[in-house]
Design a protein around this ligand. Sequence first.
Ligand SMILES: Cc1cc2nc3c(=O)[nH]c(=O)nc-3n(C[C@H](O)[C@H](O)[C@H](O)COP(=O)(O)O)c2cc1C
Length: 155
Amino acid sequence: MVSLFVLYHSQEYGNTKAMAEAVAEGAQAAGAKVTLINTNEKRLDIEEFRDFDAVAFGSPDYYSYIAGGLKMFVDDLYIVRKSNRQGLEDKPYGLFYSHGGGGRVREPFEKLFRIMRIGSKIGKTIESNGSPNSKVLEECRVLGQQLVEKMKNFG
Ligand SMILES: Cc1cc2nc3c(=O)[nH]c(=O)nc-3n(C[C@H](O)[C@H](O)[C@H](O)COP(=O)(O)O)c2cc1C
């Protein structure tokens, strides 16, 4: 069974959380086992990241950058990978974010994850201005599904 990890930060209204849950829904409907973690609630132990086949990352726009909790994951990943890269790269990944009307986080968000060489990026980066509407939620479900299909094709 394909395993999808959805790592996101959500704190203010739950906007990014709603998007994360829609990604998870799409992946589950495509037959995946999904694990969701909100970096506002838990700091991920990078060892746990090794086991997932594919991943979706979500963040609110905080001052035109990603939230600190998700940035902490990226920093931890860089440091842990220096000693053992096994299972920490070559994962298809997707990105989603919410914002309050500015939304300038897109470029640094995409750049950071490109630099981190997580794996191949799947789909376009999904954006929500405030609370995600039904169109955005559907885009999130499709992303979840695409990530799972990509892994099925690998197998
Ligand atoms: C500390 C902080 C900084 C923010 N900075 C920005 C910003 O620079 N640009 C923007 O469009 N929205 C900004 N926002 C608004 C949030 O990105 C937006 O409300 C988001 O949907 C919150 O996501 P959440 O409900 O999942 O926490 C900021 C919010 C907070 C709390």
